[in-house]
Design a protein around this ligand. Structure first.
Ligand code: TNX
Length: 452
């Protein structure tokens, strides 16, 4: 009944009333771990650390019934007498939200932090910049958010369709907004990892400051891989060092993303990857760990502490590990939540390959990685309702992949999800994809996709 499934659960039979009183203590044990004892004498949490206590309380909330997930939970609930022992399998249990392609307003972002916490996920990777939008307020270079923060139009559905949506899109977070998100997440034991994508996926920045690019152009209104990359010279590196210094000021966490994906042609002065190497060195010198998509492995030698996100399957992750890097797995064939959830023709804006709930659940990360993350790209997710549909319940399956011991049973998971977890998502108001397909208003007939 608990999700993600704990390491062990022993039901003692019977039930006890619970009014919120919990006896908490610290004991030695695995990081983020806890033991929850519900007996006739009361509720007791023995946790390894603060995170462990936090996760014990999440489990307690789950055992309290779906109403515990409402904005006003019941004062008194009935709990099963039981003993739960639990700790996560991986230390990086992440979700990447692409807030660049479509801006996610701050209240909705905070709601996602709560949803991650309820699933015992602990990394929120924010993809803050891309060709189609710049979402980070820069005090030094304000045109980045003022000009780069909005676009005149968007492609309607897949980029291979001829159509445009015919309306502008925009938004950005102030530095105060982002400090608030970081603090809100920290209270829920979630680290926020910002990403400023270089040297590709940068046309919003080039639109704001044309000297950064070779070709100029406005904030991009198309989707896809854009050959218009940053100009590979010292002055552009210097500009970005200043931008990253502002980012470091807002995000105190160790890991800072520099993107590095799909930079066709490379920003290459003295070889491909020159730009990525310079930025990685800068972050390293400032005491942080650079974090890049697996293409950065072609950039030449990077600081060993650089963390690699392996998205083109797991092989790049293996290469990275051989070079001494820590690896976060996010293979697109399992963990791209923008990809369609079935081959049902009613599936809204069907892009990518079929990635069912079961496909996500069956992903088995190797033991030697830091962890894994699910990536939610938002070209076709232009509202929180669309985001909910794409993310859930696949993100619930993912939470179990990164938390629970290996050797899981898909059929058992599906039953537990349907009987116990979907009612919690209902109570939270998450507009997930029902297991048997979209509700009529979740379909988007006429918006062209590109199923692979
Ligand atoms: C590839 S994965 C991208 C994104 C797109 C995504 C669409 C990666 C590092 N780059 O720019 O949004 O595919 O699925």
């Amino acid at each position: 009944m608990i999700l993600p499934r704990p390491v062990s659960f022993a039901g003692g039979g019977g039930e006890v009333g619970f009014d919120g009183a919990v006896h908490v203590s610290r004991v030695g044990g695995p990081a983020e771990g806890y033991r929850l004892s519900i007996t006739r004498d009361g509720v007791r949490i023995r946790a390894s650390d603060d995170a462990g206590e936090f996760y014990a309380r999440q489990t307690l909330r789950q055992l309290s019934g779906p109403a515990a997930f409402r904005a006003v939970p019941p004062d008194r609930v009935v709990l099963p007498v039981c003993e739960v022992e639990d700790h996560p399998r991986f230390g990086w249990r992440g979700v990447m939200l692409d807030v660049a392609r479509h801006f996610l307003p701050k209240p909705d972002l905070l709601r996602y932090v709560d949803l991650l916490a309820a699933h015992k996920l602990n990394v929120l990777h924010l993809h803050l910049t891309d060709d189609q939008g710049w979402r980070f307020e820069s005090l030094r270079f304000p045109r980045l958010h003022e000009v780069g923060g909005w676009r005149a139009d968007s492609r309607f559905g897949d980029r291979r369709s001829g159509g445009m949506a015919g309306r502008p899109h925009g938004g950005y977070y102030t530095q105060d907004d982002l400090r608030e998100v970081v603090a809100y997440a920290a209270r829920r034991h979630i680290a926020v990892v910002p990403e400023i994508d270089v040297p590709g996926h940068s046309q919003a920045a080039v639109a704001a400051y044309p000297h950064l690019g070779a070709h100029g152009g406005g904030v991009w209104t198309d989707w896809g891989v854009n050959p218009n990359v940053l100009r590979p010279d010292e002055s552009t590196v210097d500009f970005y060092r200043q931008v990253f210094d502002e980012v470091l000021d807002v995000f105190p966490g160790e890991v800072i993303g520099l993107g590095g994906d799909e930079a066709e042609g490379g920003a290459a002065e003295g070889g491909d990857g020159w730009f990525v190497r310079r930025i990685a060195q800068h972050l390293h010198q400032r005491g942080r760990r650079p974090f890049g998509w697996d293409e950065v492995l072609d950039a030449g030698p990077l600081p060993t502490r650089t963390v690699i996100a392996s998205w083109r399957g797991e092989d790049p992750g293996l290469t990275a590990s051989e070079r001494g890097h820590d690896v976060v797995m996010c293979p697109e064939e399992h963990l791209y939540l923008d990809y369609r959830q079935s081959d049902d023709p009613r599936e809204p804006v069907p892009v990518g390959t079929v990635t069912t709930l079961e496909d996500v659940y069956r992903y088995e990360p190797p033991d030697w990685v830091l962890g894994a993350q699910a990536n939610v790209w938002t070209e076709h997710l232009d509202s929180p309702r669309r985001l909910d549909y794409a993310a859930f319940p696949r993100l619930s399956a993912f939470a179990e992949v990164v938390w629970s011991p290996a050797g899981r049973d898909v059929a058992e998971f599906r039953t537990r999800l349907a009987e116990h977890h979907l009612p919690r998502l209902d109570a939270l108001g998450v507009e997930y994809r029902p297991l048997d397909g979209p509700r009529p208003w979740q379909e988007l007939p006429g918006v062209p996709g590109f199923p692979r």
